[in-house]
Design a protein. Sequence first.
Length: 887
Amino acid sequence: MMRAAKARLAGLRWLRLGLETYVSLPLFTLLLLGVIWGAGFHFIGNDRMAAQAAARDSVQELMETYEAQVVRNLNGIDQTLKVIKYAVERKGASGALPELAEQGLLPPGVVFAVSIADGDGRIVASSPHSAMHSVAGERYFSAHRDSRADSVYTSETMRDAARDEWHMHFTRRLNDRDGKFAGIAILEVDPTYFTSGYERSRQGDLGMVAIVGSDSVARSVRIGEHNSWGQRIDLALWRHPAAQPWPGRLDGVRRYTAARTLRSYGLTVLVGLAETEQLAAFEQQRRKYLWEAGLASAGTVFVMALLWAWSWQGAKARRRIRRAQETYAAASEANLDAFFVLRAVRDAAGVIVDFRIASANSRAEQMTGRSKEDLRSHTLCQWLPQARSNGMFARLAQIMAAGGTHQEEWRNEMPEFKAEWMYWQIVGVEGGLVAIVRDISERKRDEARIVHMAHHDTLTGLPNRSLIGDRLEQAILLAEREKHQLLVAFVDLDSFKLVNDSLGHAAGDELLKVVAGRMVDCLRRSDTVGRFGGDEFVLVLPQPQGIDSGGIEAAALLEKILAAVVRPVALEGQEVQVSCSIGVAMYPRDGGDGGTLLMNADAAMYRAKELGKNNVQFYAQEMNASLEEKLALMEGLRKAVDDDQLRLVYQPKVDLASGAVFGVEALLRWHHPERGMVRPDHFIPLAEESGSIVAIGEWVLREACRQARRWQDAGLPPMVVSVNVSPRQFDDRRLVARVADALRDAGLEARWLELEVTESLIMRDVQQAVDKMRELEAMGIALSIDDFGTGYSSLAALKSFPISRLKIDKSFVRDLAHSPDDQAIARAIISLSHQLQMRVIAEGVETELQRAFLVQYGCDEMQGYLFSRPVPPDEIPALLAAPAAAA
Ligand SMILES: Nc1nc2c(ncn2[C@@H]2O[C@@H]3COP(=O)(O)O[C@H]4[C@@H](O)[C@H](n5cnc6c(=O)[nH]c(N)nc65)O[C@@H]4COP(=O)(O)O[C@H]3[C@H]2O)c(=O)[nH]1
């Protein structure tokens, strides 16, 4: 099957090739040449045969004529000889000739010479008269003498002794009355006599007539104007000559020949017509034919060559077009763009009324959902009726008129195209247009996505800092024009860092998303809520309702946000609660531009934080002062260590069972040269923020170790000194080395040092924290978790910590007497500590009630104003000396 199909294909290919003019034309030319030359040679052949036949006829005719002529002449000669013989025999030799001459019976002497020889061979009479001589020695004489035959003897052409001329001698025997030999009658004839009938006009210059004796010796030969005799001619060859001309052996000229033997005279007459002359006319005709065929051939070849060149050019052009079409088809098929070739349809006046779809590619099929055939069977306006109303047709007609290339992007609203956004490039071509159409919906979506990403926060999808800035500027312009106010609020989540650090970033991100969603739900569509960065959000509320009437409704809205944010969020299987602090600035009262409004809202937000978080603060001018103050404090902190402005106070830790002081917690104090005492709650976060906490923390560590050593040296019973370690300090890679240095330099045993780390600190990266804590533990240093209960430690993680003590945060202790929740938490922490083989200490114990509760539930230790406030180191010996506050 395959082979048959292949063969059919190959056959078709050859047929198509054969039909190509540039191939068939040379073949046709060859055919024509064949016909021309075939006809030429056919005519030539015919003519040759006719000419040869004519030549043969001519030679026969000539033969007939020449033979008749010779026979007539010979008969005449013989008749003359007979008359002479008769006269001689009757009257004798001397009287015979004159009588015959008188009677006019002798031939003219100009041509013939008559003589009579006697029995001895002596010429006894002659006419015309000649000198006496003897012919006794001649063969013709002896032939008659020796033979009684009464016949004419024809001698060879020979020189006559009397006249010294060449003659043919015809002789007859003369007898006397007794019948004996009496001599011979001789008639001499010029040999040319027999060839004088040569007609040049008929026989040409090379024609031949000849008489040859039976002895094969030519008596007379005439070829053209030339006479000769005496040569030998092989009569055997001449009597049966070929039908074709042959060279004869006379002069090498090929002749048509004929021969006839005249038996009674012992002669053979020969005629010959030269081939060249006989066929001269034919040759001329032949040359003419050849010329004509040559000219016809040249003409044919020339015309065909022109036609071929023309058709070759045409074929080349067609091939080029076909290749271009194939290339176009292949390229357009492989292209990801849709191709449409449109041909203009014009009315009688030449105005374009529509476009016919001449061609389309596969991509066009996909984009339109129609097959190529279907598309080709429509005009543009049949297919897309709306093209007339939506301007597409007019646009195409205009491009057609203007020419060139046009391109544009447009949002597609025609259901015939399966694309939302399209790009088209229209190229004007001869008689129409090529439309290259591309589906750019994906690109447009990407662009929109990029634009969105550039202006929106990827996590929450809310406008980002730059878009907030834009919206704010827009809102300011609008408010300015409409004479409205504008509210800008800075929202910062309280304790977000705690969640992030303890539950991980994924949980932190989830929290941000939930909170963002809740804030969006609280606002109108015209309001903007954006994420400014980290856990900071910004609200822009144009024309806030009720601002003019004292901000009551705005405040309600912000309260709503506070309430929405503080609702518990389920994260990592547990419920987390965060609040937020909101600072508000009003346009135009608090600032005329976005930057100022944001800065003032930020200051108000800080104020809200300072006031215990989870509240809203409207901006007041003095707030900026606190911001400056913050910067000033940061600057002062950098010099605090070097300028010896730091001091440590110590708060005793008491064993609840015995009431004895077993240790102290070192608490930092900053004696600012201008501001006086600055509380650690104020400056520790700043030190942490600026990084100076590392240097400050090291100073605290060294000072606490030195002080513990001093107390020991002063003879006080050894006790554990607790030092707080901040997150940055804990992250310091050299923390362990620094602790070791501090102990060594102070000469203090490691067992008298305890480090307090916060719960959130170790929960940021549990593994790393555990590794570091194990190093410290290995040195003999005790570790405790400060502020326990405020973070989100998992029980599993807690078990892996090398911790010896948990400290219940004072926020749970504060309301212990009244809050069942706090009581439950305190009980849980105490129980948990004991299960984990840890001791538990409560901080911030101020009242007896609190202490009683703690004692009741088995808390091991306490710390708080109830026993002592933090005191300078020199007051510690007195406290140790005081009687134990028994449980
Ligand atoms: N209301 C009340 N408060 C009590 C009572 N007993 C003790 N306090 C206070 O509770 C705080 C205990 O320290 P903290 O929880 O570690 O909280 C500390 C600690 O987190 C930090 N801090 C203090 N010194 C250092 C330090 O040297 N390094 C580091 N990193 N942080 C320190 O500053 C915080 C505040 O320190 P202080 O102002 O000294 O406040 C101390 C102390 O004066 C009480 O009965 N009632």
